[in-house]
Design a protein around this ligand. Structure first.
Ligand code: SDX
Length: 427
């Protein structure tokens, strides 16, 4: 393969370097295109555009491969835990025992939220969507961490930022959940592991004991949501972080991007869709027809993916975890049967087969969250908690790049070329 692409514009021909990644991905580097030719490229939705090189996550959508720092997601889901995976994503390697202990202790140390933050959480209407609360309060954390608002962040400040995010966001999420249920706040406990502590902050009323099977299922779900290269919210984090906005503003922006039903909000939308199918008598074929109808804006939530044109490897793991955890909990949820029927039908339907539409990470995750007792409007918050290490790692990689520039795409203007101004009385 040539190391440069030749672009013939008629009046001139330019050579553009070809770069190849460590997994064999290839790109044409167009960073000098405009200065050499006056042309830009255009790619609405960025389906063919790489925004960066990155060493954090590799995925191959054609084959269905996902690796964090080179470790296959299947291995991490089987053998690792969420805090170890968070360390791996942020630091690029697996921690030694002492390193993981230090990392975990830093998170515990930073998991106590200021009383003013708890007061802010309680100011929200109980019916507020928790994603709005998480975005607002994450940004508000900037008001309590002046020491981290410098535009040139030190390594110690990066570590402290990650500890605060991993320590405090679950507390804020659980605090709002308790508020929305008119229940007392349950503070974090340092004697519990990360996931058990979160479950206890959610459900820890008298007599509650964390079920280790439930905690492990949740730990696996958090691992599976850890990072996913340059998805919509990670790209938002890079966009905002490139202006040297502080980490709290940057992560808050990622939360807002994740909220959308085409992205992380899909896990809530899947449950709402399955419930609607159940409500409608369980006839999922009717909903498949709606999804295929071009006149109908309805999409089959939890299906399709910009990158995966094969099974999302995370969906496979979650689906098998679904069966295991529901059997262990003795939960017989008819919604799971509807989901399985819908999936079976879609996987053989020409419309979905032709477009390579497979179940994605959001298709089954909500069913497990529901079985674990987490309310539907908290599903996307669970996605936040899993994605914190991914967003942080993408931000860290961005600001550590000595060639970092502010993200500022161009456009092709298609509006009026001239419009004469007239006084309002003459219009
Ligand atoms: C996540 O990017 C990531 O990595 C995201 C994520 C992560 O970990 O960060 O993996 C998490 O966001 C998963 C995706 C969750 N979203 C959903 O489940 C929402 C439902 N899915 C669709 O909205 C859609 O598939 C997207 C948004 C996921 C992808 O959209 P694209 O890549 O822009 O694809 P498209 O809309 O251009 O679809 C191509 C064709 C179109 O039909 P034609 O115009 O060719 O006739 O497929 C059709 C679409 O109409 N199509 C669907 C469909 N998804 C695509 N038709 C019905 N139902 C669907 N779900």
């Amino acid at each position: 393969m040539s190391d440069a692409a030749k672009l013939d514009l008629g009046t001139q021909t330019v050579e553009l370097p070809i770069i190849e990644g460590s997994e064999g991905e290839k790109a044409i580097d167009i960073s000098a295109l405009r200065s050499q030719t006056g042309f830009i490229t255009i790619d609405p939705g960025y389906g063919n555009t790489g925004s960066c090189t990155s060493g954090i996550t590799f995925l191959n959508g054609e084959v269905g491969i996902l690796k964090y720092r080179g470790v296959p997601i299947e291995v991490l889901a089987e053998r690792s835990n969420f805090l170890e995976v968070s360390y791996l994503l942020a630091h690029g390697g697996l921690p030694k025992k002492a390193e993981l202990e230090h990392f975990s202790n830093g998170i515990k140390k930073h998991s106590h939220i200021p009383s003013e933050i708890l007061d802010m959480v309680k100011c929200f209407p109980k019916t507020a969507h928790p994603m709005g609360v998480m975005s607002a309060i994450t940004s508000a954390l900037s008001g309590f961490n002046d020491q981290l608002l410098t535009s040139n962040v030190t390594d110690e400040q990066k570590e402290e930022s990650m500890s605060i995010l991993l320590g405090q966001l679950p507390v804020i999420a659980a605090a709002f959940y308790r508020h929305s249920q008119s229940k007392e706040f349950i503070p974090p406990r340092e004697d519990l592991d990360y996931v058990s502590n979160f479950l206890n902050m959610l459900f820890g009323d008298d007599g509650y004991v964390v079920d280790p099977e439930v905690a492990r299922a949740l730990d696996i779900l958090l691992i599976l949501h850890g990072d996913h290269e340059q998805n919509c919210s990670a790209s938002t984090v890079r966009m905002v972080g490139s202006s040297k906005a502080n980490i709290f503003a940057t992560i808050s922006a990622g939360i807002d991007a994740l909220w959308g039903p085409l992205h992380g909000g899909a896990n809530q939308a899947v449950l709402e869709m399955l419930a609607a199918i159940q409500e409608d008598g369980g006839d999922y074929k009717k909903f498949l027809a709606k999804a295929k109808d071009k006149e109908d804006p309805f999409k089959l939530m939890g299906f399709g993916h910009r990158v995966y044109k094969n099974f999302d490897p995370r969906a496979k793991i979650i689906k098998s975890a679904c069966d295991t955890i529901l059997n262990k909990l003795g939960v017989k949820d008819p919604i799971l049967d509807i989901a399985k029927g819908l999936e079976e039908q879609a996987l053989v339907d020409k419309y979905f087969v032709d477009r390579k539409l497979y179940p994605n990470v959001d298709f089954y995750s909500g069913i497990i969250y529901k079985a674990l007792g987490i309310p539907v409007n908290m599903f996307t918050v669970m996605f936040i908690l899993g994605r914190i290490p991914g967003w942080f790692s993408q931000w860290k990689e961005l600001i550590e790049d000595p060639k970092m520039r502010i993200c500022r795409p161009r456009q092709i203007y298609t509006g009026n070329t001239t419009l004469n101004y007239s006084d309002i009385g003459e219009r």
